[in-house]
Design a protein around this ligand. Structure first.
Ligand code: TPP
Length: 282
């Protein structure tokens, strides 16, 4: 990846964070930690890798993306608005009673391929879409982003077994391996480790990357799309919950909790400074 592309994707990731944060602040609620950990993944998918057209969000040949950890809607809605699926202004209606932008992603929003919120269901749906695509000889890819806490759900492993068995090689999953779930560290609540070995055992290719590094994420997606060995691919993306703002990083409190007035200020200052630095303005 050239320096320019890397920088542009880093800027998109920072803008996804800043836009998601404003969305949450306007609403007075929303999930910061898990939204911030996937900002680079969303930046790479929407601004580099996925074949999607904001003017034609339901195009039959588009790549699909299931945000199975649907509580991280602020990040996905921010990415969709920045990519032009709907206006940035519309984000101020997030979690308001008459808005289509509810707290968990819903598929009546342009660009959202599955309603999610009850964790554990997205990989099954993604697999269905992938197998349909294969049966019709369509060449779209299906992406699915799961939380590391989410993969404690049994349904994930049924889908994983089926995807390996049925050779869904157009399916590319991400586990957002940020180490924290709602109640604390996964290691204390119920460890899913080693994650990669479990998917390998079910017949998947597994790639392990720094999920907050745009270049590593993009390379993994490119590689996954060109392997063609009849296996689905799981990208185990090591990330930091709350990544990008010092006071949010690795803090369980920001799974769903809201910042203090001082923390809001710190967050905007750090994100603005990051964007200015990347854009060469300081
Ligand atoms: C079936 C189900 N059980 C519980 C919840 C409540 N819940 C929302 S987020 C969350 C923690 C998920 O942890 P993880 O997948 O690691 O998400 P992240 O840290 O990336 O936000 C829980 C338990 C839910 N949405 N669905």
């Amino acid at each position: 990846m050239n320096v320019q592309t890397r920088k542009e994707l880093q800027v998109w990731a920072a803008k996804i964070r800043k836009t998601a944060l404003k969305t949450i602040q306007d609403a007075g609620s929303g999930h910061i930690g898990g939204s911030f950990s996937i900002a680079e993944i969303l930046a790479v998918l929407y601004f580099d890798q996925m074949h999607v057209d904001p003017a034609n969000p339901d195009a039959g040949d588009r790549d699909r993306l299931i945000l199975s950890k649907g509580h991280c809607s602020p990040a996905m809605y921010a990415a969709l608005a920045l990519r032009g699926f709907f206006s940035l202004d519309h984000l101020s209606t997030f979690r308001k009673i008459d808005s289509d932008l509810s707290g968990h992603v819903e598929m009546h929003v342009p660009g959202v391929d599955m309603s999610a919120g009850s964790l554990g269901q997205g990989l099954s749906t993604a697999l269905g879409m992938a197998l349909y695509g294969k049966s019709k000889k369509r060449d779209y890819r299906v992406f699915c982003i799961m939380g590391d806490g989410e993969i404690q759900e049994g349904q994930i492993w049924e889908a994983a077994m089926a995807a390996g068995f049925f050779g869904a090689d157009n399916l590319i999953g991400f586990v957002d391996n940020n180490g924290l779930q709602l109640d604390g560290p996964l290691e204390e609540v119920m460890s899913p480790y080693p994650i990669g070995d479990k998917f390998r055992a079910f017949g998947w290719n597994v790639l392990e990357v720094d999920g907050n590094d745009v270049e590593q994420v993009a390379d993994a997606v490119t590689l996954s799309s060109h392997i063609h060995n009849g296996r689905p691919t799981m990208i185990v993306a090591d990330t930091i919950k709350g990544k990008g703002v010092s006071v949010f990083e690795n803090q369980v409190r920001f799974h769903g909790g809201q910042p203090s007035p001082e923390e809001w200020q710190i967050a905007y200052a750090e994100l603005n400074s990051k964007i200015a630095e990347l854009e060469g303005l300081k």
